[in-house]
Design a protein around this ligand. Structure first.
Ligand code: NAP
Ligand code: ZN
Ligand code: ZN
Length: 351
């Protein structure tokens, strides 16, 4: 079926309207009219070719909330008219060890997980196309239930990537009451990290390079805010953190944060900058048995758990709604850290 979308034709081209083909729905597929799609920094890295292996045309978008308009005959989780969501994955092998343990994002099958965009598409179609489009066809296993209120749906979309990418490591590293937790980079991911770590009961310190976000980060739920460029402010926190989550989308000095960890503390990286970070110093790691780790989005079951946790507590993303045609301008502002904190595209503007 033909679907209106917005695509980058090359790494250098601004995004522009395109008509794409979606596969005919199979027995386990749902068809969704997309209402809202969040704008992740990964969309920008991908559309502009900052990462290797990008396939064009590229239709980004993996923070999708919409309404189901058709379900295949074997679909059990959803019915016509349901509000639902799609995140960063639309398929995986379902049989490898990680898949069997609800860790589809770490699928070790022959092709790994299938990204919502820039993945291998089914049905003889080219690469997968994401949420900057009017409709999407997805196997129900990779579709999430949304229990947020109708007026919260646009602000729910960013939970599908920014939410789960911060939730998963916070849970894995047991963030909760009595833990001192740092969130580095208060952008789309980071602002969700602050909200979620606060909701989990931790003492939260936000690290930002933007002095203008100081009060805003406190309003998000941070207990303290540190301007990470200020060496004196940083030094006050030396050796004190259980866990630090680094969401920064540009390469930077990691030693500034490993030195803030206490014994057995972990610095977990979720930002994927175009250029590598400078190699970290060993000294702060071995004097304190500290680790530097990475984490990738989250599994489907865990994403549902996070969405339900947020719906119960009224947690959403702080968003700025944009029209589809303004996407390149939004990317340029994202590069200047000029959004509080997530752009969301109103997909009605794609008509
Ligand atoms: P974003 O909204 O642009 O936020 C990144 C934040 O990093 C900025 O708001 C800024 O915060 C800080 N920052 C930017 N440039 C910096 C620099 N040169 N030095 C220090 N801090 C800087 O991006 P996002 O959508 O949250 O995504 C963040 C990164 O995570 C991207 O690389 C994205 O691709 C990646 N990502 C990874 C996963 C995963 O599964 N691991 C999932 C989604 C996204 P301040 O103004 O507060 O300093
Ligand atoms: Zn993302
Ligand atoms: Zn698998």
């Amino acid at each position: 079926m033909q679907t209106k979308a917005y695509a980058a034709a090359t790494a250098k081209a601004p995004l522009a309207p395109i008509t794409i083909e979606r596969r005919d729905p199979g027995p386990k597929d749902i068809v969704m009219d997309i209402l809202y799609c969040g704008v992740c920094h990964s969309d920008l890295h991908t559309a502009r070719g900052e990462w290797p292996g990008i396939l064009y045309p590229c239709v980004p978008g993996h923070e999708i909330v919409g309404r189901i308009t058709a379900v295949g005959k074997d679909v059990t989780k959803f019915k016509d008219g349901d509000v639902a969501a799609v995140g960063c994955m639309v398929d995986s092998c379902r049989t490898c060890n990680p898949c069997e343990h609800d860790l589809e994002q770490y699928c070790t099958g022959p092709h790994g997980f299938t990204g919502t965009y820039n993945g291998a598409a089914k049905g003889g179609l080219p690469n997968t196309f994401g949420g900057y489009s009017k409709r999407i066809v997805v196997d129900e296993h990779f579709v999430l239930r949304v229990n947020h209120k109708a007026e919260q749906l646009a602000a729910t979309a960013p939970l599908l990537c920014a939410g789960i990418t911060t939730w998963s490591p916070l849970k894995h590293w047991n963030v909760g009451p009595g833990k001192k937790v740092g969130i580095v980079g208060i952008g789309g991911l980071g602002h969700m990290g602050v909200k979620l770590a606060h909701a989990l009961g931790a003492h939260v310190v936000a690290f930002t390079t933007s002095a203008s976000k100081k009060q805003a980060a406190l309003d998000l739920g941070a207990d303290e805010v540190v301007i990470s460029k200020d060496a004196d402010e940083m030094a006050k926190h030396a050796g004190s953190f259980d866990f630090i989550l680094d969401t920064v989308a540009a390469s930077h000095n990691l030693d500034a944060f490993t030195t803030l960890l206490k014994l057995d503390g972990a610095l977990t990286l979720v930002g994927v900058p175009e250029h590598p970070h400078p190699s970290p110093s060993v000294f702060p790691l071995i004097f304190g048995r500290k680790s530097i780790a990475g984490s990738l989005i989250g599994g489907i079951a865990e994403t549902q758990e996070m969405l339900d946790f947020c719906a119960e507590r009224g947690i959403t993303s702080d968003i700025e709604m944009i029209a589809m045609k303004d996407i390149d301008h939004a990317y340029d502002r994202l590069l200047k850290s000029d959004v509080k904190y997530r752009f969301v595209i109103d997909m009605a503007t794609l008509d």
